[in-house]
Design a protein around this ligand. Sequence first.
Ligand SMILES: C[S@@+](CC[C@H](N)C(=O)[O-])C[C@H]1O[C@@H](n2cnc3c(N)ncnc32)[C@H](O)[C@@H]1O
Length: 234
Amino acid sequence: MGMWYQLHTLFYFCWMPVYVYIISAIVIIIGAILYERKKTKPLYPLLPKHLNFGKRQITLLRTLELLNERKAKILLETGIARKGILQTRADGASTIVFGTWAKKNNAHLYSVDIDPVATQMAGEAIAHLGLNKYVTPVTSDSVSYLKGFDQKVDFLYLDSYDFPKGDTDGQRKSQEHHLKEFRAIENQLHDRSIVLIDDCRLPNGGKGKLVMDYLLANGWKIELKKYQNLLVKA
Ligand SMILES: C[S@@+](CC[C@H](N)C(=O)[O-])C[C@H]1O[C@@H](n2cnc3c(N)ncnc32)[C@H](O)[C@@H]1O
């Protein structure tokens, strides 16, 4: 019975009329397109639909909503997007995301990075996208730059010192650095400031471990906790 059934199935598929193959191909193509659409997580309409922000999409979308609602003007990030818009999924392309938002809302993004090659490469992408007037790339250690930053900050994004896989000493240093960044700029934040921290859903608490502990003990609350953590004043 089993063998007869298999032979029958094989015969049936070999002799299917041409239109069955065509319909099957169309169904497969439509399925692949729908799957691709489902997979792509854009920040549309701020940026084109084909750009995929993957695991960061949900927090970036909520951040953009908050920036709109609170009419943010001064945005500050640590860790520049050296690849411009090219690595939306892997790194987040933060400078282009927030820089584009700044352009549309007459705001300004300051982006600090210790690596001059990174700021130079990002600078080229910023110029290419016509964001010069709205984004200032700065080459400096983030902590010393933030200590001297003299404007009130409406939005702070922390994404500098890399969090190394499997290196607990390096991970601790990354966590300490992000805490130092926050402490350095804390006095320039206000009741309606928004804070976003990258790479939090990683082993040992990711980049945000220590800064999250500090924020939660100092009057901040979690707005959204995903791969990135988004916080506002409680
Ligand atoms: C993960 S990347 C930033 C990614 C970027 N936010 C994006 O969305 O593409 C981290 C950056 O932090 C920078 N960095 C590391 N240590 C730093 C420090 N002490 N001060 C400022 N930037 C630092 C590195 O040079 C690197 O470019």
